[in-house]
Design a protein around this ligand. Sequence first.
Ligand code: FMN
Length: 322
Amino acid sequence: MLPPILANLRIPVVASPMFIVSGPDLVIAQCKAGIVGSFPALNAREKDGEPALLDAWLTRIAEELDRHNQANPDHPAAPFAVNQIVHRSNARLQRDIEICHKHRVPIWITSLGARPEVNAAAHDCGGIALHDVINERFARKAIEKGADGLIAVAAGAGGHAGPQSPFALVQEIRTWFDGPLLLSGAIATGRAVLAAQAMGADLAYVGSPFIATEEANAPADYKRMIVESGAEDVVTSSLFTGVSGNYLAPSIRAAGLDPDRLERGEVSDMSFDENSPRPKAWSQIWGSGQGIGAVREVVAAAGLVDRLAREHAEARAALCGA
Ligand SMILES: Cc1cc2nc3c(=O)[nH]c(=O)nc-3n(C[C@H](O)[C@H](O)[C@H](O)COP(=O)(O)O)c2cc1C
């Protein structure tokens, strides 16, 4: 059974959080279009001495969604989610948890570390916690530590993808877990959303297609590269963050590197410290999953959600006569 907060979406889709790319404009558009919108807390970066930008973002999102709901009682906005990077180099984690708790964030997405105190903070303010995992072992740990649901990050996903086939990952998790399960990795059509459900997931977790939307905080060249690229243009490398991730080969070439001859990175190099001299990843080396062959133009986020909803209904009708 899905918790009520995830049960009444227009289509079973959660838009995944994307470093730099996802901000309030995109989240508000996603939620108004009827799917869960999300952003990483770390994207809200204020200059030294300024008030916390995360606080301002959460106020704005709540106010705009509230206004939408009052004007559209028949089509209320979907809830939103905030992603916490639970990694030792994230020096802001405690502060960001407090801000999210104060704003009673309804859905908390944790990545790169499962910690009971983060889940407890989510529960204490009435929210739910979803943790992203790349294998069954991490999935068990996440549930033991108090997560309510899991996001299975399979091969082909943008960002820090896992190596496993979505079939294998969902099948193993579903042998023991019947709670909320999201599946991610190259899901870019409504047909693929339905396939995720057929495999045993409750919801699809979709990232890269939203890079090519008007509301995404991404340079025009990045959006264009998403539109012009396909699965073959996505390369997997650990060089940029120390952990295996998927990136657009043309952006690696543009940075003067050969995408076919990249050195390995070390996990100890991973850092979410703003002052880290290291990763050019995300700002210069552009991340993407393998599903972008389905992305043909830059559109408003609502247009992308409309396409997913239409394709999902058509695929259901074609397969189930529903
Ligand atoms: C550019 C980019 C940045 C990302 N940044 C984050 C992040 O900050 N936190 C996180 O949990 N996941 C991040 N991800 C992973 C996504 O949340 C999600 O797992 C992935 O986008 C799903 O695969 P798809 O892009 O093929 O749809 C990122 C993905 C991309 C493409």
